[in-house]
Write a protein that binds this ligand. Structure first.
Ligand code: 3PG
Length: 306
């Protein structure tokens, strides 16, 4: 049996070695397809794969059609909006993610970008500090919880909104639960986004919420570009020269936003949140173990499709 690791944005070499050990140690063949330039390369490599490990690589019906032997796709990471779950189910393919494995890396980047924003992109001018400032965490999953933990070290006042998370989980973490987006954006100078891209969340953060933010508000997005209404974001930035937007997920209108708002916006050139050796090792090896566990024993604990 063959396990294909298809990563347009490769894992650190040390993580690839760990994945190889797990896969080959189970007696399976490992094929590595990194930095591929065309979808055809993915289709060709997937044609003979029994298991597939990916990151943000798109697995759609075309890939699933081409991958005749495929039984399991493991997204080494949290978000699986890059996988067509319905098509996978129709093809009898199990889809899994590796929740929590890269969340500290993403949370640390939240603060890397937030400090950069309040220090005016390190341009030499006087900025502000995070101590005693308010931070709203939009979704209290694994990344949101790590963000809260680190924010406490900065002495920030932390609130969170998450209809899927009991209030007690937040209060135990020293976080104030809030119950509406209006409250979250209205009361917090910093808002960090951790919602997944779903039919409900796409385009859900835009003009109205941004306009509610207190003076000097900073929106930090290490989640998905799709959750932002980019026209609304641009309008709010235009009307409120005090607002800033920093994102680890380059918007479609990045060039326009950069041209209009200069250093009030920042975008990483490629999604960098999970790009650490530690996150690559954690998520990559978890993905390898889950792939082997499924192929060998049918274990599907982290399955995300029906
Ligand atoms: C995730 O959903 O796990 C993160 O967005 C990381 O994505 P990446 O593996 O493409 O860096």
């Amino acid at each position: 049996m063959k396990v294909l690791v298809a990563t347009e944005k490769p894992f650190a070499a040390v993580a690839v070695n760990g994945i190889r050990e797990v896969v080959e140690g189970a007696g399976y063949e490992l094929e590595l397809l990194e930095k591929y330039g065309s979808k055809q390369e993915l289709l060709d490599a997937a044609a003979t794969a029994d298991g597939l490990i990916i990151r943000s690589d798109v697995v759609d019906a075309e890939v699933l059609d081409a991958a005749k032997n495929l039984k399991v796709v493991v997204r080494a990471g949290a978000g699986y909006d890059n996988v067509d779950l319905a098509a996978a189910t129709a093809h009898g393919v199990c889809v899994e993610n590796t929740p929590g494995q890269n969340s500290n890396a993403v949370a640390e980047l939240v603060f890397g970008m937030t400090v950069m924003a309040v220090r005016n992109m390190y341009d030499g001018t006087s900025g502000t500090e995070l101590k005693d400032k308010t931070l709203g965490i939009h979704a209290f999953g694994q990344v949101g919880r790590n963000v809260a933990r680190i924010a406490k070290g900065f002495d920030m006042q932390v609130s969170a909104l998450d209809p899927y998370c009991p209030d007690e989980v937040m209060t135990e973490a020293g976080v104030k639960p809030v119950h509406s987006v209006e409250e979250l954006y209205g009361d917090n100078k910093f808002v960090s986004l951790h919602i997944p891209a779903t039919a409900e969340t796409r385009g859900s953060v835009g003009y109205d919420l941004l306009m509610r933010m207190p003076k000097g508000g900073v929106l930090i997005n290490t989640a998905r570009k799709e959750v932002i209404d980019e026209a609304g974001l641009a309008k709010a930035l235009e009307e409120r020269p005090d607002l800033k937007y920093v994102a680890d997920v380059k918007p479609d209108s990045a060039e326009d936003l950069k041209a209009r708002f200069g250093s009030r916006v920042f975008f990483t050139p490629k999604k960098m949140g999970a790009q650490t050796s530690e996150a690559n090792i954690n998520a990559g090896i978890a993905a390898a173990r889950q792939t082997v566990a499924f192929l060998r024993d049918g274990v599907d604990r982290f399955r995300v499709n029906k």
